[in-house]
Write a new protein. Sequence first.
Lengths: 60, 424
Amino acid sequence: MTKIIIDGKTYDVNPKKNLLEICLSIGLDLPYFCWHPELGSVGACRQCAVTRYHDEKDTE
Amino acid sequence: MERPLTKNIRPGQPPLDLKEYERAGGYQSVKKCLKEFQPKEVTKIVQDSNLKGRGGAGFNTGMKWSFVPMNGDIKQKYLVANADEMEPGTFKDRILLEGDPHLLIEGMIVSAYAMQASTGYIFIRGEYTEAAEILRKALSEAYNAGYLGKNILRSGFTFDLHIHTSVGRYMCGEETGLLNSLEGKRAIPRVKPPFPQVSGLFGKPTIVNNVETLCNVPHIINNGPVWFKNLSRTDDGGTKLYGVSGKVKKPGAWELPMGTTIREILEEHAGGMMDGVKFKGVLPGGASTDFLVEEHLDVKMDFTNLMKAGSRLGTGTMIVLDDKTCPVGFVHNMERFFAQESCGWCTPCREGLPWVEKILRTIDSGDGTLEDIDLLLFHTKYLGPGNTFCALAPGAMEPLQSALKYFMDDFKRHITQRGCPWRH
């Protein structure tokens, strides 16, 4: 398990799963279109894109 | 001044056939490699020469080859020549394909030996029918002479080479889009990693190199990396095929030392601007590079220096904008091309480019508003690097963002005068 911070809240998550799957499984409402659990990750529609920060100091 | 790439090319005459090519020193590098060098040594020589990919990205060619697994377990590897030259304003590979087909074949044999590829493809743009015909003839000559096929020159090395004529999409020039197309699939880019060097055509290690890049390889093997570096006026090795189109006196292409300045190419080789028009700006390396203007004329045309000036070498074939041509119409024309050529795979490019094209059309026809300029600026960020699968959309934004930077007054004049000032 690994730690991840989304919107200021810390979650323990499985590092092998992709970020969209994790967000959905902890109940966050992230819009998506081209992903399906049986078909895997495509990433073409860009709808579920989120901003990734390196650490607390990274604000860009 | 040495011109290794074009020394055999005789404009207006058919290319050298195999006998003439051999008499001019052809296929020496194949003999030399198979006799004297291990595959890894060939890669090292090319890496030391600092030959950088001539398709536009400018990555060290030998370095790219060095990523191919060489542990002998993998029986099938591929080498692909990217001859899908479709960048607007670019015609340099065509000169090499039609002018000296054996040079490309020779370069491919040596490159295939370096990575131990047993099969190669020349992926050629569909419209280049004459080049394909010339290549087919050269290919059969090379097979008959034992330079291609099984056990080349009794060395034990086997390399089969095929010609694949594309049906013509800009997208096929993108490395992974090309590989999908070659597999018979829709030409869309693949996620990287894995990179083609590890998993490319049909899932096997594959190197895709530009035609001009491959044509440099035989000369590097024959003359050594130091000779190649010394051809250049800067740190990027070799010579370069530079081209100029636009309203200049003598549009054309010339092989010159890497690092020749824009001014020298424009004034000495292209004969300067036509009478009655003035230089306004230039796209130094095809349509998907940033505009440069008067203050940049003394910039050396190589990968490093053009990057510092805020543009890219791209294909090295420049398109000149003059003061009698509307920059908004000029950019609109190019964005229409990019919007049509978007492969439709990822959303920012598929949706964003047609919007950019529509906004530019609106401004050009006089119905634009000042908010439209903000919308264009927004798109240059949103379709920028990192937001799309491949470099098509970021490339399409380069002429737009730089046009907005240097010719903003002209965009605003279209809006305030409610029409194109060049049409009145």
